[in-house]
Every structure is written in C-alpha cells, then in structure tokens.
Design a protein around this ligand. Structure first.
Ligand SMILES: NC(=O)CC[C@H](N)C(=O)O
Length: 222
C-alpha cells in the first residue's frame, strides 16, 4: 500500500501521519504543496493537520487552491482513497470532496485535549478495524472543528450511514456531534480528531492504531 502524505506551508502533523502509516506497514511518499502529480501507484492521499497557509481566509481555503489540490481531486475522481485529518478535513470540505463546513468552535476557544469518540459506522476501509458503537479516546487540537451542514445534507449523511465518528459527549458544537464523515463512495474520510496522535503507548493511548492497520492491511498488494 502506498500512501502519499502532503505537506503545505504550516502543516504540523505530516511527520506523525507518515510514522503512523509506516508503523502499520505502508510505504509512504512525501508530497509538497507545489507537486502537481501523485507518484504512480498511490493508493491513498493523506492530508495532515496543521495550519496550512496560516489558516488565512478560512482554514483549508488556500490549500484547496494549491497546485497539489488538482492531483487530490483527480485521485478522488478515479475512486482513490483520501484521508483528511483536522486541517486535512477542512481542506477536503473546501475541495468539495466532502459535504459541510468546519466553523469556529462553539466555545470560541482552541481545544487541545483527548476527546471521547463513538464509532458511528464500521462500514468503511478506514473504520473496519473498530466495532460500530465502540468508544475511543483520540486527541483533538482545533479552533475550527464545529461541523455544520444543512438539514437535507445531514439527513443524507445519516440515511447513507456516512457519519464515521461522533463526539460523546459533545465538545465543539458540531451538528449531531459529528466528528468525521465519509464521501458517497465511502473512499474519502475527513475527521477532526487525530488518530495519528494515538498510535503509541507513549501518546497516552493507542486507539488510533486500528485505522492505520485497517488501511494498510486492506490495501497491501493493492
Ligand atoms: N490541528 C489542526 O489541524 C488544526 C486545524 C485548524 N488550524 C484549526 O485550528 O481548526
């Protein structure tokens, strides 16, 4: 399995994401925001957390106009896998690969702490290593994690079983406590919590590990 991890100016979780994939047995290639094409054989594009382009305009808005953005869109259009974590989730909504938007946290403060999550569906390559309803502890670190979507869009996400994770209890004002969502073909996942910060006992927990193990396991040889 080959994962391409993208770095924008201001990304700060690209190394952690690379290590999480490598420990799970994936081959990782690094991409810079100015790269216009993915390496041949890329199975999954990973968009890391951080403050791409300083979070100017809106979190993720400038990254969605960067040279590498076209390559991400083309990969998704081909049915490729895409994982966006935190700022990466914001970038994927700005790219139009996932519905909804990430607004300022309801409490107007930056939240940096472990969060309790519930796995809302195990029916995806990203969440297959968990059980639906399982509770996880995964760190969050964001000021714009308040997921919002119009009522029709919310109904569609729920009807199509595309809510991947919810906060339990609520932390940032997200509609229906949504922490992560899947695309219609279930091959794109965006989530605000950081599973790559929970893959080693020294992180204080390993609840993120199953996501990388599931991805690497399913895509090895792919
Ligand atoms: N850790 C992150 O990716 C943070 C995302 C974004 N900069 C925010 O604060 O909401």
């Amino acid at each position: 399995m080959k994962a391409a991890v993208i770095t924008f100016p201001g990304s700060n979780c690209d190394r952690d994401l690379r290590v999480a994939f490598e420990r799970a047995g994936a081959e990782v290639v690094k991409l810079w925001h100015k790269d216009e094409a993915l390496p041949d054989g890329t199975d999954l594009v990973a968009v890391p957390g951080g403050f791409s382009y300083g979070d100017y305009l809106r979190c993720g808005a400038i990254a969605a106009q960067s040279p590498v953005a076209h390559a991400i869109r083309a990969h998704a259009a081909r049915g490729g896998y895409v994982l966006g974590i935190c700022n990466g989730f914001q970038v994927l909504t700005e790219l139009g690969l996932l519905p909804g938007a990430l607004m300022r946290n309801a409490g107007l403060t930056f939240l940096c702490r472990p969060a309790k999550l519930e796995v809302a569906t195990a029916d995806s390559i990203f969440t297959a290593g968990y059980a639906t309803g399982q509770t996880l502890s995964v760190p969050v670190a964001h000021h714009d994690g308040n997921y919002q979507i119009d009522p029709d869009g919310l109904r569609r996400l729920q009807d199509e079983d595309r809510v991947a994770f919810t906060y339990a209890p609520a932390i940032n004002g997200s509609v229906s406590d949504i922490a992560g969502v899947l695309s219609g073909n279930r091959r794109v996942l965006g989530m605000m919590p950081h599973p790559e910060r929970a893959v080693d006992p020294d992180h204080g927990g390993t609840d993120g590990q199953a996501m990388f193990a599931s991805l690497a396991g399913a895509l090895i040889g792919a």
